[in-house]
Write a protein that binds this ligand. Structure first.
Ligand code: 5GP
Length: 190
């Protein structure tokens, strides 16, 4: 694959990493482009195909795994697959931009391992599991079961924070946003 940089944001669902990633895309539009993941889960709320995710059938997703079309993929929840397509990353590098990811912890660490110093892996830390749960409830997009599943996963993910290059505590959003901006700008200068 051609050369380019990767900026990886990973965190438990509800930590605010999506908000941080959106902010960075807004302030650095000429430098960064979002890696649109593929998923086999159904569309949620106002999401759009080709903007939030590429929504694939389970069958098509599995076919693409067999065909080695993914840089990384994972069964994040039972029968719900998520992954990064090689051609998505190529598409962004070909424009001379760095790729920014909003993916789960395992996927993030997987990419870091593959791309080493070309990748900056940032973990977004929620203030506490309790606050994480409250945020997921407030978001009002998840069923009770889905929230419980996400919390169980979050408890495991928090233990991996030390494996990342950096972590950002998302307690006060404006503080987290400016910290993220600084870390990413420094990395892009290198
Ligand atoms: P959601 O269903 O809330 O959009 O995402 C569920 C989880 O899957 C989140 O933690 C999200 O970061 C993760 N995810 C999204 N895209 C990818 C991807 O391409 N690869 C991996 N490994 N995880 C992803």
């Amino acid at each position: 694959m051609s050369k380019g940089k990767l900026i990886i944001f990973s965190a438990p669902s509800g930590s605010g990493k999506t908000t941080i990633v959106r902010h960075l895309l807004k302030v650095l539009p000429e430098k960064l482009e979002f890696s649109i993941s593929a998923t086999s889960r159904p569309k949620r709320g106002v999401e759009e195909n080709g903007k939030d995710y590429y929504y694939l059938s389970l069958e098509d997703f599995k076919y693409k795994i067999e065909n080695s079309e993914f840089l990384e993929w994972e069964e994040v929840y039972a029968n719900t697959f998520y992954g990064t397509l090689k051609k998505e990353v190529e598409r962004i590098w070909d424009k001379g931009k760095s790729v920014i990811f909003d993916i789960d912890v395992e996927g993030g660490l997987n990419l870091k391992e593959q791309f080493k110093d070309r990748a900056l892996a940032i973990f977004v830390m929620p203030p506490s599991i309790k606050i994480l749960e409250e945020r997921l409830i407030m978001r009002n997009t998840e069923s009770v079961e889905s929230i419980a599943r996400r919390i169980t996963k979050a408890e495991k993910e928090l233990k991996t924070a030390s494996l990342f290059d950096r972590f950002i505590l998302n307690e006060e959003l404006p503080v987290a946003l400016s910290e993220a901006e600084k870390i990413v700008k420094d990395f892009l200068k290198k």
